[in-house]
Design a protein around this ligand. Structure first.
Ligand code: M6R
Length: 612
């Protein structure tokens, strides 16, 4: 959690740092701060509780801070409440060390006690202040310079961190390191930048260095040098970022979420194109061959949140097509339940950010058991992408809204394609069926477009139910998996309590909650289960529920039961999640804005969950 930035060059640093932080607010937004230095003058620190705009106002958009070298931070609280004291940057008593941090230092209490014994005192409740003073301690004790002090501290710190540090005695430099928290570095002309994520510096450079775990970087004006923790120099080549700056902005839409909903036809096409060539699924870039696919006898899918819901859809699709046992796990459960993985298992980790702490730990658990791991990831160069044996990238581009939409849709596509290829490799589908499925998949982007075009009806419905206090989402099979995602969308951005239920399970207890006016949303895209779904919805209606149905064009008698029906284009039953999820994304979005909520940055959440 948290976003960090750094700049050193010839321009005024503070406005550049504030601009970078504005692109990282999705990582946390309870307080923010800057440390800026003018030549070898004192390092000036300004912090503000609340959104970044508070800091902007306090610093006159950054113009109040003189100096062309600085670091900045936007915070999502872990240790210590959101407050000015706990906001970053943190500093040692004489400002010898000034630091911003993203991550969690697990042994901070132990380190803090040690430092107290050595005469240190603390002004905040944060683990970050402990890291700052630990570096200060080694810096002053051994007098070996910044890199040595950092290296000694890194050996003592347990946990995750990305650190950007200014040392009072080194006015022309910023020092940085990371372990299990993201950081990228860019150099352009006379300037050098660092950030937690690419959009923060895309405006200034497209040439980006990925710093690996336990490496140290030293940034100067237009330069960066890397070394290991043993101070051995490392040669690195920059990676060229191909995203256009526009795609990291709102492009005229009112919110990132609605912009990202509209981007789905394009990013789904891009993802299909990246994996389907000349009518065949090509997983060779991920190092996956047909022979390898044939060697697996079971699949485990592990993820969190919406990515987990993609896993649930994929389980239904993969088991049905490839006839292979698939188990789906929530990453935070998988990592601690000592999972039993046979040597012929494939573990698939799904993650938009590639930095989710629980998913990363689950990946490491799988690797420690020696099984093959495949990551389905959106952010290139992220920790999960780097550590997995095989990686398939989704082509969603930067996703800014906290509530995922386009990343979810592209993850579904990869789930379908891996399932189809696995089914073919295992001889479960012949060439004809293989071709038919791929041809049908090509129609999905245009069908998504058609569902989005119908958005005004959902907007109307959201306005009608803006006072709803609870909702139930029900479905069977893949429709149950879609219900999970619809329910999460409603909860996380419109703060309406909702539950997703397997429709057949409702009568085993939960149906007692249905009363006059309770909103029940039934998903009915699986023709084979349609009649059973209608019966389950009728059971709710007879207890007073108001029914919304989402079904395929043609199923017009749904209107005999449902009070409000949304139709989606027909497709193969394995792919209906890609279409049925769209009205549910729109429903969450419109409910949120009808209620006047901050749809892109819902309360208590952050885009990238890099803590347990
Ligand atoms: O970056 P990841 O895909 O690993 O993130 C997983 C979840 O935190 C994420 O899907 C979360 O549930 C979304 N906010 C849901 O919209």
């Amino acid at each position: 959690m948290c976003g960090i930035v750094g700049y050193i060059g010839n321009e005024l640093a503070a406005p550049i740092l504030l601009d970078g932080l504005s692109k990282l607010e999705y990582r946390g937004y309870d307080s923010a701060g800057l440390a800026v230095r003018d030549g070898d003058k004192t390092i000036e620190i300004v912090k503000a509780k609340g959104r970044l705009k508070e800091l902007k106002e306090k610093t006159d958009g950054g113009m109040a801070l003189k100096g062309s070298c600085g670091i900045g931070h936007t915070r999502w609280a872990t240790h210590g409440e959101p407050s000015t004291e706990n906001a970053h940057p943190h500093h040692s008593d004489d400002n010898a060390v000034v630091l911003v941090h993203n991550g969690i230092i697990e042994n901070y209490q132990f380190l803090r006690d040690k430092l107290v014994k050595n005469g240190y005192s603390f002004y905040s409740q944060t683990d970050t202040e402990v890291a700052t003073k630990l570096i200060d301690y080694y810096y002053k004790k051994y007098k070996g310079g910044p890199v040595e002090a950092m290296a000694r501290s890194m050996m003592r710190i347990r946990g995750s961190y990305a650190l950007a540090i200014m040392f009072k005695d080194y006015p022309g430099e910023i020092f940085a390191t990371r372990r299990d928290s993201p950081m990228i570095i860019g150099v352009e002309g006379d300037a050098a930048y660092l950030a937690s994520d690419v959009p923060a510096i895309l405006k200034y450079t497209r040439s980006v260095y990925y710093i690996d775990n336990m490496e140290i970087a030293r940034l100067g004006k237009g330069t960066v040098r890397f070394c290991t923790v043993d101070q051995e120099p490392i040669e690195k080549q920059p990676v060229q970022i191909t995203w256009d700056a526009e795609s990291a902005e709102r492009a005229g839409f009112e919110h990132f979420m609605i912009k990202e909903i509209h981007e789905q036809p394009r990013v789904v096409t891009d993802t299909i194109n990246s994996l389907v060539r000349e009518g065949r699924v090509d997983l060779s870039e991920a190092g996956i061959s047909e022979e390898m696919l044939r060697s697996f006898s079971q699949v485990h899918i592990v993820a969190c949140g919406s990515a987990y819901h993609v896993g649930v859809v994929t389980q239904y699709v993969m088991e049905d097509l490839a006839r292979i046992p698939v188990r789906v796990d929530i990453a935070s459960e998988f990592r601690y339940r000592r999972p039993l993985l046979t040597p012929d298992s494939l573990v698939i980790i799904i993650s938009q950010s590639g930095e989710t702490a629980d998913s990363l730990a689950a990946l490491r658990e799988a690797k420690s058991q020696g099984v093959q791991t495949l990551a389905i990831v959106n952010v290139v160069g992220s920790s999960i992408a780097r550590e997995a044996d095989h990686v398939i990238y989704t082509y969603a581009g930067p996703e800014i809204a906290v509530a995922t939409t386009k990343a979810y849709s592209t993850q579904l596509i990869v789930g379908y394609l891996v399932s189809i290829e696995l089914a073919h490799a295992r001889g479960q589908i012949d060439d004809g069926e293989y071709g038919r499925l791929l041809t049908e998949l090509r129609t999905i982007p245009e069908k998504i477009e058609r569902v989005i075009e119908d958005k005004e009806r959902i907007q109307w419905f959201a306005a009608k139910f803006s006072n709803a206090r609870e909702a139930f989402f029900i479905g069977r099979g893949i429709d149950y998996a879609i219900s999970l995602e619809g329910s999460l969308k409603m909860k996380e951005i419109s703060y309406v309590h909702s539950e997703a239920y397997a429709a057949g399970e409702l009568k085993h207890g939960t149906i007692s909650l249905i009363e006059n006016g309770t909103l029940v949303i039934g998903i009915l895209t699986q023709e084979a289960l349609y009649e059973k779904m209608i019966s389950n919805m009728a059971e709710c209606k007879s207890r007073g529920a108001y029914l919304m149905g989402i079904t395929n064009y043609g199923n017009y008698n749904t209107e005999d039961t449902a009070d409000f029906t949304v139709y989606i284009p027909k497709t193969d039953p394995h792919f209906t999640a890609s279409l049925a999820v769209i009205p549910l994304q729109l429903l969450g979005y419109y409910l949120s804005i009808t209620k006047g909520l901050d749809v892109d940055k819902p309360r208590n959440l952050a885009k990238s969950v890099t803590v347990e």
